[in-house]
Design a binder for this molecule. Structure first.
Ligand code: ZN
Length: 417
């Protein structure tokens, strides 16, 4: 869920920045108490969802698969609700203002950011932990309240965005120490730097965190590099992503030429015959060729714009709307509408990548052997690959916020074939 983490970090920065202006006195005791209460409710709701699913299985009413589907459906939905909760906690709850006045935090951007993100990481860690724990419980009747395993998953999910954030903030703190200019005064500078550096660093970081390796290191997958060259998409490398055979998928990461990766998991490489694998690889290249990632990020911009217009021009003109509610309300409406637009763009670009992959196949087949050499054959092979990759994984076949369902994609491919 890279988009979720990006939204979380950006909305945290905006909530914290919008708070600065207010300048009211803060009761730190009640602020921390409110934060603890919110997190306790959050933990309770998650525990309830997992416990309900486990209870249904124990009663023999649900199969383990049904219970997993139920929890897999609820946890991501709950996770998105954290964004407005967090925005309220930081602004109305004055959690951000507490850091702005703190004698220690005010001197270090790194510690300041750690403070602002603390509630979110506790909440997300707990959410991941509850999902993991239910799976363990279903697999081996493990007791509840086992040792948390959420931390590792939390790092896997968020390390790519947290690591560069911490690196930039530590650098700014260091510059502040050396030059004597307080880091806080450089804050708009680091934000701009982060936005520029992020797309460049992200693929490199993900390849480190997930321990991927170039396909050039494997004799049997050299042809994938030939396919990449023949596709005409420049500045991208194919990497194998080792997951112990757990994951069968592929992903394109980054969008700046020279700092882009297409990851193919070991599960996909083992399970797919060459013609199908080539179509999956071409689908990912199509995402890069057609600039789908920047398009998806740009889809979030109108939402932020709407939030700004509401917060600065429309809401202040409504006399009955209390001032402390205006910012969070604008943020919630802006973020919500941005996410709806992103959903539409994500679905459209996914189908577009399928179509473009079939066109690319014709071009590549002239130079690389065993690649589907007609649009209809390409569409059939891609459809077969989608079927193979998601066989026995009903959750991967369903429509999600960012992906059309496999059935929708197969129907679109059938029209080509
Ligand atoms: Zn795709």
């Amino acid at each position: 869920m890279p988009i979720f983490w990006l939204c979380l970090i950006v909305s945290t920065i905006i909530s914290a920045a919008s708070e600065r202006a207010s300048g009211t006195t803060i009761d730190s005791g009640s602020t921390i108490l409110a934060c603890a209460a919110v997190l306790l409710c959050w933990a309770g709701v998650h525990r309830l969802v997992a416990a309900y699913a486990a209870l249904r299985v124990d009663e023999g009413r649900w199969s383990a698969a049904t219970a997993e589907r139920f929890v897999d459906g609820w946890l991501p939905r709950l996770r998105w609700t954290w964004l407005p909760i967090n925005a309220l906690l930081l602004s109305v709850g004055q959690f951000a203002a507490l850091a702005a006045d703190h004698p220690v935090l005010v001197h270090s951007l790194t510690l300041h950011a750690a403070w602002l993100l603390l509630p979110s990481f506790v909440a997300m860690g707990w959410s991941i932990h509850c999902g993991d724990e239910l799976q363990r419980y279903l697999a081996q009747k493990h007791r509840w309240f086992a040792v948390p395993t959420g931390l590792r998953s939390l790092w896997t999910e968020s390390g790519w965005i947290v690591a560069p954030l911490v690196a930039v903030l530590l650098t700014m703190d260091l510059i502040g120490l050396i030059t004597g200019v307080p880091g806080q005064e450089l804050s708009s500078g680091w934000l701009a730097l982060l936005i520029v550096v992020m797309p460049l660093l992200m693929p490199w970081l993900m390849s480190r965190v997930w321990r991927t390796a170039s396909v050039k290191r494997f004799n049997e997958y050299q042809w994938l590099d030939e396919l990449r060259a023949a596709s005409g998409v420049r500045g991208v490398a194919f990497h194998v992503w080792p997951t112990g055979g757990r994951l069968s998928t592929a992903a394109a990461i980054g969008f700046v030429p020279g700092a882009r990766l297409v990851l193919l998991t070991d599960g996909a490489l083992i399970r797919l015959p060459r013609a199908q694998l080539s179509m999956v690889a071409l689908h990912e290249l199509a995402h890069l060729k057609r600039w789908h990632m920047p398009l998806r990020l740009a889809a979030l911009l109108p939402g932020w714009g709407l939030a700004a217009v509401l917060a600065y021009f429309i809401f202040p003109a409504i006399p009955w709307l209390p001032l402390p509610l205006q910012g969070p309300l604008a943020l919630t409406i802006g973020l919500g509408s941005g996410l709806w637009l992103l959903r539409w763009v994500s679905h459209a670009t996914e189908l577009d990548a399928d179509r473009e992959a079939c066109r690319l196949a014709l071009q590549v087949a002239k130079q690389v052997s065993s690649i589907p050499d007609s649009q209809s054959e390409a569409a059939r092979q891609l459809a077969a690959a989608l079927d193979t990759l998601t066989a026995g994984a009903p959750r991967a076949r369903r429509r999600t916020w960012f992906h059309p369902s496999i059935d929708d994609r197969l129907a679109a491919l059938l029209r080509i074939a």
